[in-house]
Structures are given as C-alpha cells and as structure tokens.
Design a protein around this ligand. Structure first.
Ligand code: C5P
Length: 217
C-alpha cells in the first residue's frame, strides 16, 4: 500500500509518544499525536468557558478546533500552546472530554486526514481499534505503573516543574481507569496488536522493536 499505518496505543506516560515520533522520523512517515487533539479540545473549552462535562458544547468546539501542528509545535488560534497542553490538569481534562462519544466523533475524520503518503505513525488509545482498524502494524505499548510514574516524574523535574511521585501515581491510575472503563473506544489491547512492554527497555530498543516488526509485515 502507498499509505501504510503503524498504530501505537497504550496507557499514559508509557513513552508511546516518544517512540512513535522516533519511528515516524526513521521511516520518513507523518506522525499523529492524537492525544494532543483531546488536550487541545480540553484547553480550548477551558479558554472558551465551556464545561468539560458539556458534551454538545465541547463537541461543537472540537469540530471547529482552530489547531495546527507546525514547526514541531502545537498551535491553537495562532498561539503556541505546546507547553500549555502538557499541563497535568489539561491531561485530566483531555481524559474527561475524551469519554464523550460526541467529542470522539467530532475528531474522527480530522485524525484520518493525517493518513497521506508515504505513511503514518499514529499514537493514542484507539488508533488500532477505531481510527485505523486496518493498520499494517498495531502495537500496544505499555510499562509497569511504577516505571510510568517515574518517567513522568523525571519529565516534570526536567521541565523545572515541581513534582510529587505519589501524586503522579494517583493521577496516572485515575486517568487509566477512566480511559479503560469508558463505553466508547476504551483503552485496551486489541487481539491483533503486538504487546511491547518497555519497562526494561531503552527508548532505542523500543524503537528498534517496532521497526523490526514493521519490516516483517
Ligand atoms: O496520550 P495523552 O496522554 O496525550 O492523551 C490525553 C488523554 O486523551 C488520554 O488520557 C485519553 O483520555 C485521551 N485520548 C483518547 N484517545 C486517543 C488519545 C488520547 O481518548 N486516541
């Protein structure tokens, strides 16, 4: 096919974003960070004073999200929001708006539009199950809860932010529980997805494994 897809789904702070971006880079493929769209939607709702529980209101915003991915940055209404969408409260808001079927429907076509030649690496929760069910390679990338909390902790410290490991562990498990329990597009490993547990792997090892799988499909 002229437009192969690799989907990388998994829980928060598993490192799937880092691995997905590097795999895309190595292959010269496009990259879709679908979580960023949910984060943008949460941030946009906050700025437009629309409640995260207001399904129709948030879906309306999602359908006309004035967002762009350009120069390695994420833009909302012409403002660089790359850092703002990574805040922990926006991650929590993203997981709340992502549980609304109306919001997921509003973002579906926008995600599929990322699939253009020479190919795409897409990361998220439902890339292999809903958005790109016919992907050539589906990966479910995870790591133990302890390792994920530690990675998120180090990320925050590196950014010069204050961080509390227990708090992070609680936040991650709350977000995972909501992502896995929701009725639409819940977080789970698809039967045809390959499991990549990165608890004991370096980033390079994880990237090489995905590339090896892809070379063999
Ligand atoms: O991957 P990231 O942590 O940036 O995603 C933020 C939130 O967006 C997740 O907790 C999840 O609830 C939601 N999400 C989703 N489906 C995706 C990507 C993200 O529901 N494909």
């Amino acid at each position: 096919t002229l437009k192969p897809v690799i989907t990388i789904d998994g829980p928060s702070a598993s490192g799937k974003g880092t691995v997905a971006a590097l795999v895309a880079d190595k292959l010269g493929f496009h990259y879709l960070d679908s979580g960023a769209l949910y984060r943008l939607t949460a941030l946009y709702a906050l700025r437009e004073s629309v409640n995260w529980e207001d399904a129709l209101g948030v879906a309306r915003l999602a359908a006309q999200l004035p967002a762009a991915f350009r120069d390695g940055k994420v833009w909302l209404d012409g403002n660089d929001v790359s850092a703002a969408i990574r805040a922990e409260d926006i991650g929590m808001g993203a997981s709340k708006v992502a549980a609304l079927p109306e919001v997921r429907a509003a973002l579906l076509e926008r995600q599929r539009a990322f699939l253009v030649p020479p190919g795409l690496v897409a990361d998220g929760r439902d890339m292999g199950s809903v958005v790109f069910p016919r992907a050539e390679l589906k990966v479910f990338l995870t790591a133990s809860a302890e390792v994920r909390a530690e990675r998120r902790y180090k990320q925050l410290i590196a950014k010069g932010e204050s961080a509390n490991l227990d708090r992070i562990q609680l936040d991650i498990s709350e977000r995972d529980a909501r992502d896995a329990a929701r009725a639409v597009a819940p977080l789970r490993q698809e039967p045809d997805a390959r499991l990549l547990d990165t608890s004991a792997l370096t980033i390079d090892q994880a990237v090489d494994q995905v590339l090896a799988w892809f070379a063999a499909v």
